[in-house]
Ligand binder design. Structure first.
Ligand SMILES: C[S@@+](CC[C@H](N)C(=O)[O-])C[C@H]1O[C@@H](n2cnc3c(N)ncnc32)[C@H](O)[C@@H]1O
Length: 283
């Protein structure tokens, strides 16, 4: 049975699917360094059989499909129907034939033991209801010595792409503090936190790598505002709580806070992520 809170979160991802699809090209562009870092850390190469956990609108599966080539394959998974639908449609548009789709949660992967060489997740681990159980499942379905790798966001202070909006909006409403295990963007920002979960789940050779990069694209503040307020379930909820008369004031305050990240028609935010990896022990 899915807990009520997790069900609500999945409903929100169902709505997010259409916006992540709408901004697919831009999102792919700004998050490319996350995919490259993840593929490098998990040592994904030609001929491998890869599992993508929480693939959303299709990344990193779509990139992995090309990386592993016709002798390899990638199996995309996500519990949200809307995400699976748009990811599958995109793979079809691109004519990819080595990519498979399953609608499922990481808690209960519908695959036999030892099926994959590697398991990865881009920006999904923060949202797992039970992360230790999730990593155990990921380890179960990969081969001995295979990698399990997740990329998650670093601290809020190092990621103004998110904080410039939320810090301003939160001044306009009461926002109850989130518990340390709430499934949210910065859940695994503390160094060692996700690594500890991998270790607890039984992974060996656990590593954590800090990835500093730029979230960069030739877009205006207006487009950034639309992108963020549409693609984030949390922001959609907060925006709905504002009185219509407050909206222009909030937007102007965000524009002022974000000004230094928009120069000569280009958005450029510093960003920090963590790539946490481990390997399945041999028995
Ligand atoms: C921020 S999105 C990231 C999607 C994609 N990997 C990307 O980087 O563009 C988080 C994804 O995690 C998925 N997710 C949430 N709970 C999950 C669970 N229990 N098992 C697997 N995926 C889950 C959501 O449905 C959503 O697609």
């Amino acid at each position: 049975m899915i807990p009520e809170e997790h069900k609500k979160a999945l409903d929100s991802w169902q709505i997010s699917a259409r916006y992540w699809d709408k901004y697919r090209v831009l999102i792919a562009q700004i998050f490319t360094p996350l995919t490259s870092g993840l593929l490098e850390e998990a040592q994904i190469g030609i001929g491998q059989k890869v599992l993508d956990i929480g693939g959303g609108t299709g990344e990193p599966s779509l990139t992995i499909s090309c990386r592993v080539g016709p002798t390899g394959s990638v199996t995309y998974t996500d519990p949200v129907a809307g995400m699976v639908e748009v990811a599958q449609a995109e793979a079809g548009t691109r004519g990819l034939t080595n990519i498979y789709f399953r609608q499922c949660s990481v808690d209960d992967l519908p695959f036999p033991d030892l099926l994959f060489d590697v398991a990865v997740g881009r920006l999904s681990a923060m949202f797992f209801a039970d992360p230790v159980k999730a990593v155990r499942e990921a380890l179960r379905v990969i081969v001995e010595n295979g990698y399990v790798s997740f990329v998650v966001w670093g601290p809020k202070e190092a990621n103004p792409f998110f904080s410039t909006i939320t810090d301003v909006i939160d001044r306009f409403m009461d926002v109850p503090p989130e518990g340390p295990d709430a499934p949210e963007t910065f859940r695994f920002a503390d160094p060692g936190k996700l690594a500890g979960i991998l270790t607890k789940a039984g992974a060996k050779d656990v590593t954590e790598r800090k990835l500093n990069f730029e979230i960069k694209a030739p877009i205006s503040f207006e487009k950034f505002w639309r992108l963020r307020t549409e693609m984030s379930g949390t922001l959609r909820e907060k925006m709905a709580r504002l009185a219509p008369a407050q909206l222009p004031t909030v937007k102007q305050a965000v524009a002022d806070a974000a000004r230094r990240y928009f120069v000569s028609g280009t958005m450029n935010f510093p960003a920090e992520a963590l790539i946490v990896s481990g390997r399945k022990p041999t028995v």
